[in-house]
Write a new protein. Structure first.
Lengths: 415, 460
């Protein structure tokens, strides 16, 4: 049984059959059966908001439908605790943060409270991200299998915060990371499980042409002009200024328009400044459209991606950048930087074009805007690549294998 | 006698003219027949139409008969006979012509039906029925023609025939499609008695009889199954030709899934790459040799191993990348041999070409270990017919397991399919054919099709 008190996806596992095939779903059921008798307890910090809650709201019901006894609980903590964990998050991402001893102490105090109050009943306790990481301290007392799922980019973590967190992580039976770049030197097994997209969600499902057109009209976009789109929040690390620079050079010879679609986050005051700078940089160029799109506008983002001729993700630094998989799923040619998890999604010249500079982006844009067949070939390959490797069914399968392997060993496991 | 001679001497023109007319038309007929058959011969050598012989044999003699009839008709018309006799002779000659023409058309029709149903003696029921029906139709048309020539009204007969045909059509509305399908199958040489067939609806067995309504097969379990010809014509069927041999042991299809374990080790240049590679277990090498193939199974021909790809694309060393890409994994017995070859190739290159190129940040080579999970699927094959059917529907992971994993990682020397076909079915030649397919030059879907093609071709 799953807990019913949080908003979960209503998609049925059978709904994915037309996409991944019946055999794939049969395999998931076979794996689910191998976990019969085991209870899996997910623990994170919130039921709503944020990427982890979104992933769990999809994965938990699907897991349940293939016969796995899976539950989802959250830790409790006051505002100051989450301020600290937000700093942890930023520091692990490589941002410079100053954390005091009091803040570390507050983290421990809240963790102790949760250790006291939160029932840990799973045979496999599946902890997501740093906030509940210290719950593993209970392992010595209750045993069980413990898995830490890190959804964060750990490629360049703040040594102090990672050193603190490392003390807990080594207590787990295994850890899961989204990209090989995020792997750390740890005495426990680390598994690579990239995140995924849900092809049935509003962000990725097929849209009617009328829906797409109405979104384009809403934002005063030219329906007949080739459209270069980058979807990402307004952040210098996504290099929106670099995208504008590349676009302006391409625009000299080719008639096209640029759409930078994103949002500003209330917990990220810098995004307001970035948006202002981007608008200033764009000036009065009628072919550059800066769209500040409110949160939860999934269908609008979907429509913009589907209307795009080329999609860019010219980030200077990235986590996994699932926006790339979203674009590829829609069969769009993608130009992206070779950072973070992007090289896993874009194999240069097979499923998209990888670039390292504005010059590279200009060259790639010219190639794709003028060679429609090549662009379509990349888009089709990208779609197949995502279908094979970055759909939610693959992520679900990887988790099941990871759980099963907690009770096995060796290079080859016969189930 | 004298009177006769006197009459002939007075009226010799009355006799001679019709005779000359008749003889002239006969000669013209001979000449036209020669020209016509010469033309037909040329036309045949150009078109190679199979029915040419049937038409030629059936018309060679009758054409001359028709000119004789024509000659006789014109001779009568120019003779001194009275109008009544001329009319009577005209009717008789016309009737004879219709009978002769009907005979020729029926003859050609018989031969063509037999020819296209590949049944010289009309021994198959659909062919026999086809011949009889065509004869009946031609006979009726000829009879109506003769009646019409003699001035008998044919409309009532036509009406009666139409009504009879409608009644027969209604009575045989379920049967006619079967019959037509039977004819189609016979003419298309799709199946014959003795063939082993399998329908997409699951029925399988050896054909024991084909009649005008249905086809009878005997299943491997010994049951007689009767399939309406119309259903057979609509079905997707596999014709294995000869009966399928039962395997001594059935083939159980397994599937293989994998979990990727991060070693936490990464290389930024060639020296680091080869140093770390030396200490890596086979499971890591296996992953990097097959990773691109698995993740990009839609690309053909797929790029080679991860090492070659990284060295070419990230370090920009196309020469070494090409050397590593050209390592023929298919010819190496196990993954340790692949690893040795990779290390030797990189070290050979470095000895002569010190290379200090470094990968950009975040583009290092990360060593990943592959953990395989092997699990049974519900699919089992007892013969090659079932084998092909299952092969069409198992996941690509299952094919991957039985082809790649079995050969290189589980060190069986060849793939599981070939081992089963050879050991349990005794079909060594087919086993070798499948074993000789280089799986590294196909996408997994193309590999699936290639194996199915090999099995089906073997039985044709």
């Amino acid at each position: 049984m799953i807990d019913q008190h949080h908003g979960q996806s209503t998609a049925k596992i059978e709904d994915y059959e037309p996409i991944v095939g019946r055999g794939y779903i049969e395999e998931l059921r076979l794996l689910g059966a191998r976990l019969s008798g085991k209870t899996i307890q997910n623990i994170n910090s919130t039921y709503v908001g944020g990427g982890v809650a979104e992933i769990l709201s999809h994965l938990v019901p699907l897991c349940n439908q293939i016969g796995v006894d899976i539950h989802w609980d959250i830790i409790k903590g006051a505002g100051p605790f989450f301020d600290v964990t937000k700093k942890f998050h930023n520091a692990l991402h490589g941002k410079i943060e100053t954390l005091t001893e009091e803040e570390f102490a507050l983290f421990m105090e809240t963790s102790q409270n949760n250790l006291r109050d939160l029932p840990l009943y799973g045979d496999i306790i599946f902890i997501h991200d740093p906030q509940p990481a210290a719950l593993v301290l209970k392992k010595k007392e209750i045993g069980k299998k413990w898995v830490w799922r890190c959804h964060i980019d750990l490629s360049d973590p703040d040594p102090k915060v990672w050193g603190f967190l490392h003390n807990f992580v080594v207590g787990y039976d295994s850890a899961i990371f989204s990209s090989p770049n995020f792997a750390q030197k740890l005495p426990i097994p680390q598994y690579l499980i990239p995140p995924s997209i849900d092809p049935l969600s509003d962000k990725n499902r097929d849209l009617l042409p009328e829906t797409i057109n109405s979104v384009l009209k809403k934002y005063n976009l030219n329906l007949d002009k080739p459209m270069v789109v980058q979807v990402s929040r307004f952040d210098y690390l996504k290099d929106p200024i670099g995208v504008i620079a590349a676009f302006e050079r391409v625009r000299h010879n080719l008639d096209c328009q640029l759409v930078l679609a994103g949002g500003t986050a209330s917990d990220d005051p810098e995004s307001i400044t970035v948006l202002k700078d981007v608008r200033e940089r764009a000036g009065n160029n009628p072919d550059i459209h800066i769209l500040d799109i409110p949160p939860n506008s999934d269908i609008e983002i979907n429509a913009l991606q589907r209307a795009a001729t080329v999609i860019m993700q010219k980030s200077l630094k990235e986590g996994f950048a699932l926006t790339v998989s979203e674009a590829l799923w829609k069969k769009k040619p993608v130009i992206a930087s070779a950072v973070g998890g992007i090289p896993l999604q874009v194999k240069n010249r097979f499923t998209g074009l990888l670039v390292h500079s504005i010059d590279g982006a200009v060259y790639a844009l010219r190639q794709l805007l003028t060679n429609q067949e090549f662009a379509a070939w990349l888009g089709e390959n990208g779609h197949q690549h995502v279908k094979q490797n970055f759909l939610i069914t693959r992520e679900l399968r990887d988790y099941l294998l990871c759980f099963i392997y907690l009770y096995s060993s060796g290079d080859v496991v016969y189930l | 006698m004298t009177q006769w001679l006197e009459w002939l001497s007075d009226n010799w023109t009355i006799v001679l003219v019709p005779f000359l007319v008749f003889a002239s038309i006969y000669v013209i007929g001979l000449w036209i027949r020669i020209l016509l058959f010469r033309y037909l011969g040329g036309w045949h050598s150009w078109t190679k139409w199979r029915g040419h012989q049937a038409v030629a044999n059936s018309t060679r003699r009758p054409i001359l008969d028709w000119f004789i009839l024509l000659g006789a008709y014109i001779a009568v018309q120019v003779s001194a006979l009275s109008a009544v006799y001329k009319l009577l002779a005209g009717l008789i000659i016309s009737s004879l012509f219709i009978i002769s023409l009907a005979w020729v058309v029926a003859n050609i029709s018989d031969k063509l039906i037999r020819l296209y149903s590949d049944d010289e003696n009309a021994s198959k029921q659909p062919t026999r029925i086809g011949v009889n029906v065509s004869r009946a139709i031609i006979g009726i048309i000829a009879a109506l023609g003769i009646l019409s020539v003699w001035g008998v009204p044919v409309s009532p007969f036509l009406l009666i025939i139409v009504v009879i045909l409608l009644v027969i059509g209604l009575a045989l509305r379920d049967t006619i499609p079967n019959y037509i399908s039977g004819l189609q199958m016979s003419s298309g040489k799709q199946i014959k008695v003795g063939d082993f067939i399998k329908l997409d609806s699951g029925e399988a067995g050896q054909i024991t009889a084909i009649n005008w309504q249905n086809t009878q097969i005997k299943s491997l379990q010994g049951e007689d199954i009767i399939i309406p010809n119309s259903k057979l014509a609509r079905a997707t069927l596999v014709n294995y030709g000869r009966p399928l041999k039962k395997a001594t042991d059935p083939f159980h299809f397994y599937t293989r899934l994998h979990l990727r374990e991060l070693t936490g080790l990464k290389a930024g240049n060639l020296t680091e790459l080869v140093t770390i590679l030396k200490d890596m277990p086979d499971a890591v090498v296996y992953y990097h040799v097959h990773h691109f193939l698995e993740e990009h199974l839609f690309l053909a021909p797929e790029p080679a191993n991860d090492f070659a790809l990284w060295i070419s694309n990230t370090l920009g060393n196309d020469i070494l990348g090409e050397r590593l890409a050209s390592i023929d994994t298919f010819t190496l017995p196990n993954i340790s041999a692949v690893k040795t070859r990779l290390i030797d190739t990189i070290e050979d290159y470095l000895r002569n070409n010190p290379d200090s190129r470094k990968a950009p940040e975040e583009e290092e080579f990360h060593f990943v270990r592959s953990i395989s999970f092997i699990l049974p699927t519900p699919y089992v094959a007892h013969d090659l017919g079932e084998f092909v059917e299952v092969l069409r529907k198992v996941t690509i992971d299952s094919i991957y397991f039985h082809i790649y994993e079995a050969r290189l990682r589980l060190q069986k020397g060849t793939n599981d399919f070939s081992i089963w076909i050879s050991d349990s079915l005794g079909e060594k030649e087919l086993a070798d054919r499948i074993s000789n397919i280089d799986p590294y030059v196909y996408t997994l879907e193309n590999l699936r099709s290639r194996i199915i093609e090999q099995v089906e071709a073997y039985f044709r």
